[in-house]
Design a binder for this molecule. Structure first.
Ligand code: KIV
Ligand code: ZN
Length: 517
């Protein structure tokens, strides 16, 4: 019988702390459903007390997800734990993850608390969390730089208070793999089977995956990680890396395995990259564009003769189809439906109809529709918020001469409104005209454009980050079109719709820990 290493995915919490990765509720739900399909054991869906938006997203995810445990983070504070407990209440399987810092530097300068006060606060937090669920995880923040005897003391007390998982975060990515392994070994011998040991490794020195794997070899039975390695600063251990390392090197991990359905790794990576607008670097292990590409003649020759000469994993095992059927303008509904199913999407009839319409429009202008094009179409179909403003027409002048200008028609409340304006460039003219029509005044914080597939007729995917109210966080908008200007207009209107949809639950940025603890 193999032993399972549980996977806690924190893409929706620590991953969302990546600069520029904030997501709206619908997008978070879409990712949570995909994480369930990937069969992660625990989905850390957010930090309920951080904002009404986080609370709402965790609650909705708790209502929808059935197989994975849904978890909310909470500082060791009564109000945080209460918010977490209420947000996860509808979940089939629920967990509260409470934490407090345990390193001297954090206790002295950040918390301004004595070690005894920290232990007391941690114990109270765990006991209170137990009122909402039996499944309580306690984290010693900055454990990587904490004193071992203090760690043992606080772990002992929190286990006695009811913690069932003890998490050892290397919060600042400081440890080396052999050090991490030694620490986990000593804690494993101390804790024995009184609680599951988890690790949460950050990647500041590029060691997050190695540190997580060494921890497993020394007794950890839960890894916390994110899709594409997203996360605070340099990110967290990447789920795809730890899972594929355990699977590929089963000679080292012997009877240890994960519950992950690895064929969902690539689709999950694409979904997260599409929604956050943060693409993994091309040479990113497992999911980067080049991870299975062979450029040099010697390598190509070897792979053609025998794949294993240069490949230690099969692309199919992560769900990357190399011989995928390509759809085109003559493909019918049946082929479309089958293709969508093979990409792992489970669409309702009306969603399928809308996606098919979009596919047909695109197929009229683009010869071959690739898997990535389809993923993009479906994702944007599934994650849009209500279209309060809808782009009907866009006309731009020849931007090589004269003043850049744009004429825009938008449908609002069942009526078409048209206006025209000028700007410093064509995109500026488009966005200013949209502002004039809608009465909002957005500040563009980020603009990214990416070709979804190869070829001159590739779909352009535009991601914008816009601030509509300087007291609230930026919102993200996505636009997809064969025409970059059209995609830009759609993205900006998408951000505006998202802002209007969420403005009551968007709060001034994440609450500051040092203010409160
Ligand atoms: O990095 C960290 O220490 C964390 C904890 C809240 C688990 O994210
Ligand atoms: Zn973290």
């Amino acid at each position: 019988m193999s032993e399972i290493v549980k996977i806690l995915d924190t893409t929706l919490r620590d991953g969302e702390q990546s600069p520029g990765a904030s997501m709206n509720t619908e997008e978070k739900i879409q990712i949570a459903k995909q994480l369930e399909k990937l069969r992660v054991d625990i989905i850390e869906a957010g930090f309920a007390a951080a904002s009404p938006g986080d609370f709402e997203a965790i609650k909705r995810i708790s209502e929808i997800i059935k197989d994975s445990t849904v978890c909310s983070l909470a500082r060791a504070l009564e109000k945080d734990i209460k918010a977490a407990g209420e947000a996860i209440k509808p979940a089939n399987k629920k967990r509260i993850h409470t934490f407090i810092a345990t390193s001297d530097i954090h206790m002295k300068y950040k918390l301004k608390m004595s070690p005894d006060e920290v232990v007391k606060r941690a114990v109270e937090a765990v006991k209170y969390a137990k009122e909402f669920t039996d499944d309580v995880q306690f984290s010693c923040e900055d454990a990587g730089r904490s004193d071992m005897s203090f760690l043992k003391e606080i772990i002992d007390e929190t286990i006695k208070a009811g913690a069932t998982t003890i998490n050892i975060p290397d919060t600042v990515g400081y440890r080396f793999p052999h050090e991490m392994g030694e620490m986990i070994k000593e804690l494993y011998e101390f804790i024995q089977n009184r609680a599951t040991i988890a690790v949460h490794c950050h990647n500041d020195l590029g060691l997050a995956t190695a540190n997580s794997l060494y921890s497993v070899l020394n007794g950890a039975r839960q890894i916390e990680c994110t899709i594409n390695g997203l996360g605070e600063r340099a990110g967290n251990a990447a789920l795809e890396e730890v899972v594929m390392a355990i699977k590929t090197r089963n000679d080292i991990f012997k009877d240890i395995t994960t519950n992950i359905n690895t064929k969902e790794i690539y689709p999950t990576s694409r979904l997260v990259a599409t929604i956050t607008g943060i693409e993994p670097q091309p040479n990113k292990a497992i999911v980067g564009k080049n991870a299975f590409a062979h450029e040099s003649g010697i390598h190509q020759d070897g792979v053609l003769k025998h794949k294993q000469t240069y490949e230690i994993m099969r692309a199919e095992d992560i769900g990357l189809e190399t011989n995928a059927i390509v759809l085109g303008k003559h493909s019918g509904r049946h082929a479309f439906k089958e293709k969508i199913k093979s990409l792992g999407f489970d669409l309702k009839e009306d969603e399928l109809n809308k996606a098919f319409e979009r596919f047909k429009v695109l197929a009229d202008r683009k010869k071959e529709i690739t898997d990535d094009d389809l993923r993009m179409i479906i994702t944007s179909e599934l994650t849009t918020v209500p279209q309060i403003y809808k782009l009907k027409k866009l006309q731009i002048n020849d931007c090589s001469e004269g003043v850049p200008s744009a004429a825009v028609t938008i449908e609002y409340n069942g009526k078409d409104i048209t206006d025209a304006g000028i700007g410093d460039g064509t995109i500026d003219a488009i966005f200013k005209t949209i502002d004039r029509i809608s009465g909002f005044n957005g500040t563009l914080n980020d603009y990214k454009v990416k070709a979804v597939s190869k070829g001159k007729d590739a779909l352009a995917k535009v991601v914008v980050k816009v601030v509509f109210d300087k007291n609230k966080p930026a919102v993200i908008g996505h636009g997809l079109s064969i025409d970059t200007m059209l995609a830009s207009a759609k993205a900006y209107i998408g951000a505006l719709n998202s802002y209007i949809f969420m403005k009551d639950i968007l709060k001034t940025k994440r609450c500051q820990e040092e203010e409160e603890i």
